[in-house]
Design a protein around this ligand. Structure first.
Ligand SMILES: [Zn+2]
Length: 378
């Protein structure tokens, strides 16, 4: 089972496995802690009491309960996950994957909060304006608003969110840039530029991605990738990203996400209409801002249930982009070299246990991707 032939040395396989074993319990622990906190606050009267108490600090009005409650839920959720993500980071530091100090990490956490907090406050404010308008029919406009929000955020993400964390520069003119633009042209895809992100300020890991759609679409490569991989390997990474562009994966994913968000709002309205849940939370109905922790708990459960199907869809999309890279370049040997480079540099577990892969992996394992390239060659 452990023989991956010439692709990975036993040391490389063992190192990836050891990192996975060291970090997965903390990563999953963080998710479990967040979920548990949501459940305790939402399905007992504790959350309603907390919202009332925080609202009371700011005058006790409905608006104070809505905004104070939303803020305290976001901050508590962040606090519950923080020790676990710090531990994951410490593990990754031991494996040489982290280049950023704790100060920079703390700044990133604050930057994340500065983005999520206003957004959460605005969304929850809008939501409770709707439940006050109609405790029966709030979900109809809320579902539409949730779908629109997903589309708007995905479109604006490259403009509003990415620049908060990284600096992006057009790739420097040279043979590699010329080769990448020629590759896109051969693929009949209009690409103005390949952008380079200064990922090396945080990590030694290698990556590239596509984000945005329409006017905000962009292909981004990590500077770590350009600094360490062979030009041919970079071309194969970009060929994979062109596969995402060709199949409009970001747009499709956004539209599916929008539908999913609208559907989730409908489910939330059904769940929060159940007397047994309202009684458990100690609130009379969704028009009462003290129902916020119950809504958040139901949303957290739906989010956790949606994880594995989302990962399965993602793995299919990644497999399709891999295939596109092979068809565009006709270079399975280069593709395999690129997969080996990424797996070793990122200290990936090249062949993780199947249940972990099914539940949490957004990409097929390196061993599967390499096997698929060999199958394609035949
Ligand atoms: Zn991909």
């Amino acid at each position: 089972m452990d023989d991956f032939g010439p692709d990975f040395t036993p040391e490389q396989v063992a190192r990836g496995r050891a990192l996975r074993r060291a970090q997965v319990p903390w990563a999953l622990g963080g998710q479990a802690a967040g979920l548990l906190l949501s459940l305790v606050l939402g399905f007992t009267p504790a959350g309603a009491g907390l919202v009332a108490a925080v609202g009371g600090l700011f005058g006790g009005s409905r608006t104070a309960e809505v905004l104070g409650g939303a803020a305290v839920l976001v901050l508590l959720g962040q606090a519950a996950g923080l020790p676990f993500s710090a531990r994951v980071r410490a593990v990754r530091t031991r494996y040489g994957l982290v280049t950023q100090g704790w100060r920079g990490w703390a700044l990133d956490v604050l930057r994340g909060l500065a983005l999520t907090l206003p957004l959460a406050l605005a969304a929850v404010y809008g939501l409770y304006a709707l439940t006050a308008w109609s405790p029966q029919h709030w979900w109809l406009p809320a579902a539409g608003a949730a779908a629109l929000l997903v589309v708007a955020l995905s479109f604006l993400y490259p403009l509003l969110v990415e620049p908060v964390f990284n600096r992006f520069t057009p790739m420097e003119p040279g043979p590699l840039r010329t080769a990448l633009l020629a590759l896109a042209e051969r693929d009949a895809i209009r690409v103005k530029d390949v952008l380079v992100a200064d990922a090396s300020r945080r990590t030694t890991a290698l990556n590239a991605y596509v984000s945005g759609f329409g006017a905000t679409r962009r292909i981004v490569a990590y500077d770590t990738l350009l600094g360490t991989a062979e030009p041919r390997e970079v071309e194969l990474v970009v060929a994979h990203e062109l596969g995402h562009v060709k199949h409009r994966d970001v747009l499709t994913g956004t539209l599916l996400g929008a539908l999913g968000a609208a559907f989730a709002v409908c489910l939330l309205s059904l769940l929060t209409g159940r007397q047994v849940l309202l009684s458990a939370a100690g609130v009379p109905g969704v028009a009462d801002p003290r129902s916020l922790p119950l809504l958040a708990a139901c949303a957290a459960v739906l989010g956790a249930l949606a994880g594995p199907p989302q990962c399965a869809a993602s793995r299919r999309i990644e497999t399709r982009a891999d295939r596109h890279a092979l068809e565009l370049t006709g270079d399975p040997a280069g593709f395999i070299a690129m997969q080996r480079r990424l797996a070793v540099a990122n200290v990936s577990d090249v062949d993780p246990p199947r249940p972990l892969e099914l539940l949490f992996a957004t990409h097929p394992s390196a061993v599967r991707r390499i096997a698929a390239a060999r199958a394609w060659r035949r």
